[in-house]
Design a protein around this ligand. Structure first.
Ligand SMILES: [Ca+2]
Length: 145
């Protein structure tokens, strides 16, 4: 566990690293596909977003959202992911939307850096982006690793 500073460019670099991003997305998808049928159902995707804490926490500050509003929100997210309205989200749909979401977060952050605590059990993509940044820092300064 450690603390790193990330901003929009950190997140962008993570998404633009196609190979790494694809791998991260595939790993996440496999972990989220609880019944292993190769697609994400509505409840599987909801669990995904609950674990990412993208909606509940805004720049590290917890905001309280009423449950019925959350359900509406998750439903609209699911519809956005499910491009072909098949009732489930496949890997391609998941990757496409995650990319858009991460880029939107990057735009939101812009050049305004946020401090990020790296917790071992935090599965979020933001954490992975932060770790990428962290490893770069250590590469630049080998004596610190
Ligand atoms: Ca599934």
């Amino acid at each position: 566990m450690g603390v790193v500073i990330i901003d929009g460019s950190t997140v962008k670099a993570f998404v633009k690293d196609e190979e790494q991003f694809k791998k991260s997305v595939e790993e996440r998808f496999a972990a989220l596909d609880i019944n292993n049928d190769g697609v994400l159902s509505r409840s599987e995707l909801r669990k995904a977003f609950e674990s990412m804490r993208l909606l509940e926490a805004h720049f590290g500050v917890d905001v309280v959202t009423p449950p019925e509003q959350l359900t509406k929100l998750y439903d609209s997210i699911f519809d956005k992911f499910d491009c072909d309205s098949s009732g489930s989200v496949d890997l391609d749909e998941f990757r496409t939307q995650m990319k858009e979401i991460m880029l939107a977060i990057a735009d939101g952050l812009g050049s305004c850096p946020i401090q990020m605590v790296l917790e071992d059990d935090d599965p979020s993509f933001l954490k992975q982006a932060a770790e990428l940044e962290d490893s770069k820092l250590h590469k630049d300064n080998p004596s610190s690793s």
